[in-house]
Design a protein around this ligand. Structure first.
Ligand code: CU
Length: 477
């Protein structure tokens, strides 16, 4: 069995052989679809799964290899792997290797014309994992109004691409993925924290528009497929340094997480080491974002790692952290709320001037009561018949995001990473991400340099936003 949550440093090394069954082939073998000979290094079987999330509460969904999250997949940076994908469902599936710089064929996005895993079928290909860090794998199918497809399901799992050299300044590493269940349509809008400028712009916009369309709510909240208090606790010892790998595997929710009685030292964002590993009490994770954070266990007791939102924590969003020889009710302490700011982790390096600035203004067409909002980039809803926007390999582009909506958008660039250069008017450097969460009415700039040719999708990772127009296709030539 592969423990998806926790591995000590020792089993971290031995665990390698588990999923990567075949011998490691090295060298420059070509990537792409390959014939079915021999054993694959990584196997994912897409199929129905029952998840016991709480006492007498079972979710029926689709997952990978019979578990939710799927098994932790470890790969080595630059070492090619053969991947077997089996689909035991009646619908074609797309398996997206989020955060990896791989050819479009294997990237798992329909817009990029990636290979599809046929319904009740099989697909085998080879890819070369890169870059190192906390990546993940998830379904990339459109869900539209069907809340039992795509990222609403249990099709997600961690992918850890091991660096060539391992710093290893920790005693235990713990992988935790958040996910919500039993989605429903609601007209209630999530109350985002807003400053006076955001509130003024929202008020100005609200005047003569149709009302906001459907939003999504959830009944149950889990970490690693378990509601708070139902699964095994994370067991720690006083004095240990724990490296938490946290993933927001939600379809639509942006979340916060805190560990009562403790402080996080953020060492990587979206798997990429940050220039300044700063200390924070509360982590913000937009949909699909990852945070690697070290916690020094120096406050013995039984604690809750969970969301500061009391209702959501009561409905399951948390996990118990238990020190050796301690027992009793897990404790929660409301954390001091400081606004999350990517620039905390950046430095003052000057970004090279970009070859071109690409303005991306985000807009919304309200769906009205009982309808779906539609999303626009530079005034256009995604059109699959439109020609992709050409970008040149090796050139530096600056994406100038201007969120003209009151909604938060965790936007994602496929097959690439971007470096944040300006956040809400503050310049920064060295923070490399593949998702950046744009708050309502705020501006962020991020630079990228395409390295791999082919189609490259940009979209909002909020499933409902992506499905209803929030996409843009690039072609790297
Ligand atoms: Cu969005």
């Amino acid at each position: 069995m592969i423990d998806t949550r926790s591995q000590t440093r020792r089993s971290f090394v031995t665990g390698l052989g588990l999923l990567m069954g075949g011998c490691h082939r090295t060298g420059t073998e070509s990537e792409g679809a390959v014939p079915d000979t021999g054993k694959a290094d990584v196997t994912l079987r897409i199929g129905p799964v029952l998840v016991d999330i709480a006492k007498d509460h079972t979710i029926s969904t689709v997952g990978y290899n019979g578990s939710v999250p799927g098994p932790l997949i470890r790969m080595r940076e630059g070492v090619p792997v053969t991947v077997d994908l089996f689909n035991d469902t009646d619908a074609p599936e797309l398996v997206h290797w989020h955060g990896q710089l791989i050819p479009a064929e294997m990237d798992g996005a329909a817009e990029e014309k990636s290979l599809v895993v046929p319904a009740n079928g099989h697909l085998r290909y080879r890819l070369t994992p890169q870059p190192a860090g906390t990546r993940w794998v998830h379904s990339h199918v459109m869900a539209m109004s069907d809340l039992h497809r795509g990222t609403y399901t249990g099709q997600f799992g961690f992918v850890y691409v091991e660096p060539k050299s391992q710093p290893g300044a920790y005693d235990q590493e713990i992988f935790l993925a958040t996910h919500e269940w039993e989605p429903f349509y609601t007209s209630a809008e999530e109350g985002e924290e807003m400053d006076s400028e955001q509130r003024a712009r929202m008020a100005a916009q609200k005047k003569d528009e149709k009302p906001n369309g459907w939003e999504i709510g959830y009944q149950r909240f889990t970490i690693n497929g378990k509601c708070l208090g139902f699964g095994e606790p994370v067991r720690v010892k006083e004095g240990q340094r724990i490296l938490f790998h946290l993933l927001n595997a939600s379809a639509t929710e942006n979340i916060q997480l805190a560990l009562a009685g403790h402080t996080f030292q953020v060492v990587a964002l979206d798997g990429n080491p940050v220039p300044r590993p700063a200390f924070v009490e509360v982590l913000d994770l937009g949909t699909a974002e990852r945070i690697d954070a070290v916690v020094e266990m120096k406050n013995p007791g039984v604690w809750i790692l969970g969301t500061p939102k009391d209702d959501d924590r009561r409905d399951g969003m948390g996990i118990v952290i238990e020190y050796a020889n301690k027992s009793g009710q897990p404790r929660w302490i409301k954390p001091a709320r400081k606004p999350w700011d990517y620039t905390l982790f950046g430095d003052h390096r000057a970004a090279p001037a970009p070859d071109e600035v690409i303005p991306l203004a985000i807009g919304k067409i309200n769906g009205g009561t009982g309808g779906f909002n539609q999303w626009t980039i530079n005034g256009k809803i995604y059109d699959e018949k439109a020609e992709p926007r050409i970008v040149r390999k090796g050139k530096r582009y600056r994406l100038a995001f201007d969120n003209q909506t009151d909604d938060t958008h965790p936007v994602h660039l496929h097959r690439n990473s971007f470096e944040l250069t300006n956040v809400h008017g503050k310049s920064t450097g060295g923070v490399v991400k593949d998702v950046v969460t744009l708050k309502g009415f705020k501006k962020i700039e991020a630079d990228f340099t395409p390295g791999v040719e082919g189609l490259m999708l940009f979209h909002c990772h909020q499933q409902l936003h992506m499905d209803y127009g929030f996409k843009l296709l690039f072609n790297v030539t």
